[in-house]
Ligand binder design. Structure first.
Ligand code: GLU
Length: 305
């Protein structure tokens, strides 16, 4: 029997505009771009601006300008989640209609006794603006093969519980928006930071309920400093400097476990990207979940505060 023709590769980088582009986000952008280019695929940028309380004014614009300075251009028009409510609403209504989703009046304190895991409503009072949650049946264990981290499994019902699709304040939850958009944009490969590894089983479960295909997943290592702290917890969370893209791209290349000689001594961004593209070896990406970035200490590529 002939093998099915694999769908053409479509990857994406999906930043939330909660601050300027920092080294961890550059790593996700560059890593997802490299894997897409390696597969002769398409690479998209999607702005995940569905959380107004966490949004920082001007951050989206500055993130997009930084990506341009790093030579990482979306192959198609950039999509903004804030303009796609109709899609999320349609998915939510369908889930409610089919009995997969339900309105929930529980507050955080109602769920404190179960460590935030929702299995049934225990609300002490009704709220005017209930959240909407996805029902996760007992024993919902999701297993997937991560391209970087290998086989992963999670009992979503036990470890996460029924999860929020629309928040009580009316905002769309990341989990719903990301699944609807990865489906609507035909994403075949999700490449992102390891901080989202434990969201993936939820997303796969939601894809199944919505009848959407499950993309391949690859979670890039988190960057830590010499003390083992996430960069976002240290002063190295300062924005990368778009005026000096070469050292940042070189540091990201090394953090992705790639051969230093490929990008050593290059004089400009187009040359670096061309050499990176041809010299990239996905099997070198560390599967350890974290990489230490010694270079973060001299802040060579980071904005002076
Ligand atoms: N918007 C998410 C973030 O910036 C990433 C979403 C994703 O790649 O799935 O953390």
């Amino acid at each position: 029997m002939p093998l099915p023709i694999p769908a053409p590769y479509r990857g994406r980088f999906a930043p939330s505009p909660t601050g300027d582009l920092h080294f961890g986000s550059l790593l996700a952008a560059f890593g997802s771009w490299l894997l897409a280019r390696h597969a002769d695929g398409t690479w998209l940028v999607r702005v995940e601006d569905v959380d107004p309380p966490r949004e920082v004014a001007g951050a989206s614009q500055r993130q997009l300008q930084a990506l341009m300075a790093f030579g990482l251009h979306s192959d198609e028009a950039i999509v903004h989640q804030s303009l796609r409510s109709d899609l999320y609403e349609a998915a939510l209504q369908r889930l409610l209609r089919e009995g997969h989703a339900f309105e929930c009046h529980c507050s955080r304190s109602d769920l404190a006794a179960s460590a935030g895991v929702h299995r049934h409503c225990v609300a002490k009072s009704r709220r005017p603006d209930p959240a909407v949650r996805l029902r996760v049946p007992d024993g919902t264990t999701i297993t997937f093969d991560d391209g970087v981290r290998g086989t992963q499994a999670q009992d979503v019902s036990r470890e996460v519980g029924d999860f929020v699709l629309r928040r009580a304040e009316g905002y769309w939850a990341y989990q719903l928006a990301v699944v609807v958009d990865d489906g609507a944009q035909g994403i075949t490969d999700v490449v992102r930071g390891a901080d989202l590894l434990d969201s993936t089983p939820r997303q796969i479960y939601l894809q199944r309920v919505l009848g959407l295909p499950t993309p391949r997943y690859a979670h890039l290592p988190l960057v830590v400093d010499a003390a083992g702290r996430k960069l976002s917890k240290s002063d190295a969370a300062l924005p990368v400097d778009p005026r000096a893209p070469l050292p940042a791209l070189q540091a990201a290349w090394l953090a992705l476990g790639q051969a230093p000689s490929v990008v050593a001594g290059v004089a400009d961004v187009p040359t670096l990207l061309a050499q990176a593209r041809s010299g990239f070896d996905p099997s070198r990406i560390p599967g350890t979940g974290r990489v230490e970035l010694a270079a973060a200490h001299n802040n060579a590529f980071i904005f002076a505060p």
